[in-house]
Unconditional design. Sequence first.
Length: 271
Amino acid sequence: MSRWLEVGPDNYVLTTQGFLLNTGLVVGTKRAMVIDTGSGPRQGREILAAVREKTQLPIVVVNTHAHHDHFFGNAVFADDGVTEFWAHENCAAEIEDTGDGQRRFVAAAEPEMAGGEGIDVALVVPNAIVRDQPVLVDLGGQTATLFYLGRGHTDGDLLVGTGTTLYAGDLVEQGSHPSFEDSYPEDWANALRHLSALRHRYEFLIPGHGEPCSDQFVKTMASTMTTAVRQATQATRETPDDATKAIPILPYGPEQSRWFIKRLQETRAHH
């Protein structure tokens, strides 16, 4: 069983097996907030059981973005009485559109979720929507601020800030290369720069996966991505028909670099 790590008073993070997801927990006097619910009923139940060891308060859920390992546990929480599921509007729309299509990604860890059969495998689409303005959620004695820094890892990445702690979702990933499949690389580099400027407000920064991060880590991630955008742009200019020539020079693994180039080209074509 995974253990809670305390990151600031009444702020916790739990890492569960599978996708090594970091789930956040913020405990107020009236309600508790759970940030990201896992990749299906098995992980969702493990997270809920761990939450219930800490608090019996009513729960509100936040989904930081629309990737399967962050929202497929929602039904478990709905079953526990949760009615408020927060997300950015783009994330909610994406879950509605692509949620069922993402089931295949969890076949190994969550066969019931993948097959859509069994208990707590329904798709629960977030119903409490954040747009471009920050939203304050009062938990009693503690307020969580839900805010959006623009497109990045996806077009719907939501951040959660408390008095001490910033839960950054997959805008920040530690211990492995960033995932670019649905990303906006240029915007992501900007979002990271914003994040690094906010960093002094928070004592702790919790990435979607990996260990808590320092200010320096976020700065480095931002400048690495900015450099990668420049390198890929230059390589594409020199050999427009073969952008893959940039792969060896990019600061990521070959697989991530391939996605990085693909997304850089697709997102530029749409500008």
